[in-house]
Design a protein around this ligand. Structure first.
Ligand code: OAD
Length: 255
């Protein structure tokens, strides 16, 4: 077995607190297109409505032209509909033990970490199945968008509904950021960055903070990212099989 795998396995075995920062790459093996992949599918970066994907999915467009935003939100929902957790989600979900706490800070809005059984999941970008009113406190869960109105209205105040996700130009949920900051304050023994392009400060800063504290950083991503040079261990590999190998090394077996 590769010596990096053995070393990360040994650290994982001893770790009491582990943080995973995850992105779209973790769900790629569940056949959910990554964000960059989905955007690249549009020639010259424009949707068929002639606006960039990011503009269609911005908070401003949702206010000015909700029908346009809902059209692309519905496509996102279609891309996660019926999809199930893969080996990466399952391996992370199996790691907690009485001695080991695992936190997952994810940019994914597909809920696959929770479906695999993970408990401490911080949804930095929200959740596509949680629907909220844009004006009042109404909220509801939609298991699917199938059969829903194209421009759904709140049954209580008749204002527009929206998914509880962070759209472009919007702030992250304060309670989730607060919980993430609290957990980082307590510190981690090991940090994994898995399947994310690491473009946003709130996923880069925890890696920098880990480095300052001397916490080992592991990156799993077939492509190099802005945090690759900060990683103590870097695996240019798909998340599922790689995490299975690392978990097996931690358990003292081979995968
Ligand atoms: P991206 O789509 O930017 O990046 C996916 C990453 O996963 C890339 O770095 C790929 O190299 C990597 N990848 C692909 N297949 C993989 C596999 N099988 N195993 C491991 N890694 C793999 O997704 P995110 O970084 O999650 O934000 O993007 C973050 C955010 O960008 C999204 O949440 C969205 C978008 O702007 C908002 O909607 C606010």
């Amino acid at each position: 077995m590769n010596s990096d795998i053995i070393q990360v396995g040994a650290r994982l075995r001893r770790a009491r607190r582990v943080l995973f920062i995850t992105g779209a790459g973790v769900s790629a093996e569940s056949q959910i297109p990554t964000f960059r992949g989905a955007t690249a599918a549009f020639a010259d970066g424009l949707t068929e409505d002639g606006v960039p994907f990011e503009a269609a999915l911005s908070g401003e467009t949702l206010r000015r032209n909700p029908a346009l935003s809902w059209k692309y939100l519905a496509r996102l929902e279609l891309s996660i509909r019926g999809k199930t957790p893969n080996a990466a989600h399952h391996t992370m979900a199996a790691l907690p033990s009485p001695e080991r706490t695992v936190w997952i800070a994810t940019q994914n809005i597909d809920e696959l970490h929770q479906r695999a059984g993970s408990r401490n999941v911080l949804e930095l970008h929200g959740n596509l199945r949680r629907i909220i009113c844009t004006q009042c406190d109404y909220s509801v869960r939609w298991e699917t968008y199938e059969g829903r109105a194209e421009l759904p209205r709140c049954p209580e105040c008749r204002s527009g509904l929206r998914p509880d996700v962070v759209l472009y130009g919007e702030s992250l949920p304060g309670d989730v950021l607060g919980a993430f900051a609290d957990e980082q304050q307590q510190g981690f023994d090991l940090l994994f960055s898995v399947g994310t392009t690491s473009l946003f400060p709130y996923v880069i800063e925890p890696v920098l903070a880990a480095r300052r504290r001397g916490t080992p950083v592991v990156e799993i991503n077939p492509e190099a990212t802005p945090v690759s040079h900060l990683a103590d261990f870097r695996f240019a590999a798909a998340a599922g099989p790689m995490l299975q190998q690392l978990a097996a090394a931690a358990n003292g077996s081979t995968a």
